[in-house]
Write a protein that binds this ligand. Sequence first.
Ligand code: GAP
Length: 497
Amino acid sequence: MSPKELRSVFILLTFAAIMANDHVKFQAIISHCKEYGFIFPSSEIYDGLSAVYDYGQYGSELKKNIQDYWWKSMTQLQDNIVGIDAAIFMHPTTWKASGHVDNFSDPMIDNKDSQKRYRVDHLIESFADELEAAGKKDQADALIASMESLLAKSDFEGLKKLIEENKIRCSVGGTSNWSDIRQFNLMFSTQLGSVSDEASEIYLRPETAQGIFVNFLNVQKTGRLKIPFGIAQTGKAFRNEIVARQFIFRMREFEQMEMQFFIRPGTQKEWYEHWKETRMKWHLSLGISSGKFRFHDHVKLAHYADAACDIEYEFPIGFKEVEGIHSRTDFDLKNHQEYSNKKLSYFDTELNQHYIPYVIETSIGLDRTVLMILSEAYEEEDLSTTDKKDSRVVLKFPPRLAPVKLAILPLVKKDGLPEIAKEILADCRGKFRCFYEEKDTIGKRYRRMDAIGTPFSVTVDYQTRDDQTVTIRHRDSMLQERIPIRSIREIVEKQIL
Ligand code: GAP
C-alpha cells in the first residue's frame, strides 16, 4: 500500500472510530433518559409508537425550564414582542393559503429490494459524508452542489440519475435498485365533526407559525402594536415524517417555539441579520461553546422564503439543525388576505402608508433543544483511584435548566435529622424544585442526583443539630463545604435566576 493509501485508510479508520464512539454516546443518552425518568417511548407497554415519545418526571421539568427560558427571553425581555397561544386545529383553508397543501412534501426514494424509504437529500448527504471521510472532499462538495442545484429546480429525474451515477447504495440491503423519486405530503389529517365528507377534513398543524399569521391583526389592533413588532408562541406541531429514527431529534409529534417579527418591506435584510445574531447569542447563553454551533445557509428555499438559514449544533450524531431563521417576505399575510378576503394590511403612521408587513421568523424545536442540552450535559467520568475503581454518569445542566435544583438528604433516618431536613424543604420548595430522600447511603444518593443533573445537594448530619450548618455538595466539582442553613436558599437562587 502506498503512503497516500495508508493515510486514507488511517483517516477512514479514525473517522469510523469517532463515529462509533459518538453513536455509542447517543445510544447511552437514550438509555439514560429512559432509566432516569426523562424520556420514554410512547405507549411502551404496546411496544411503542414510531417517532413518538413521552416525557417523564424529570424530562418534563427540563423541557418546561427550557421553554420558560425561551419565552422569557423572547417576550418578557423584549419591548416589542408579545406571546399568544393559538389552537392546534385551524380552518382547513389556512393550509391552502400557507402553501402546505401543495408544497409541504419531501422528495423520497425507495430501495426496491429492502423496501427502505429515504429522503433524497439525506441519502445523498450521507454518501457525501462517506466520501469526505475517505479524503475525497472535492468529490463530496461537487456532489452536494449538484444535489442542491437539482433540488432547487425540483429536477427529480436528475436527482435519480445523480444517485445512480454515484452508485449510492441502500444502507440496509446494499443494492442500488431505486424507485422513481416521489413527493410525500407530511401533514396529518383528521375529521372535524361526525359527518365524514371532504368539507370536514382538517389538519393537525405542521407548524405553529400560521396561528400567529391568522391572528396578526387581532393582536396588532388590541395590543396597539407598531411595526416593527413580534408575536411569539410555543406549542405542538405534527408531521408525518418518513425518516424518523433519531430519538427526539425527528418526531411525528413535537413542539416548536416560534416568533414572527413584522417589519417594513425592504428592511428584511437588516432584520434577518439582527435575528441571526440575537438567536445565536441565545444559544451561547446556555453555556455551550461557540465551536459547537454553525450557520447553514439554505440553497433550496422553502416556498415562503427569500432567505433562510439554520443554526446547527454538533449532536453526537453530527452537526444538525436546531433552529431556523427565515425571511418569509409578505408571503403568508398576502395569501391569507387573498384566501380569506379580509384586509390584512397595516397602516404605518410614520410613512402615512398602508402595506402588508414582511416577516422574519425564528423557529426552534423544543424537543431538539432538549436533546441539545442533554447531549451537552451528559458525561461519563472515571473517578478511579489507585486502590478503587469508580465512575459516575453526570448531567451537567446549567442550574437554571436542571429539573431539580436542590436535594435535601438527612444522613440517617433518626435522631431528629429528618425533621431538620424537612424544615429546610418547607423553606425552599416554594422557591425552586427540591428533592427529599432518606433511603440508601449518602454516596448512592449523590450519584442518583448526579444522574438527573441536580446542581446542589445538602446533607443534614449530627453537627447540624449543634450549629445549624449543613454540607453542600456541588455536582460538577463534587466539592463539599459547610454552610449555615440560612444561606442555602441564597446560594441556589443566585445560580438559577
Ligand atoms: N415555521 C417554520 C418551520 O416550521 P422548520 O425548519 O420546518 O420551520 C423549525 O422547523 C424547527 O422545528 C426545526 O429547526 C426543528 O428544530 C423543529 N422540527 C422540525 N421538524 C421536527 C421534527 N419532526 N421533530 C422534532 N423537531 C422538529
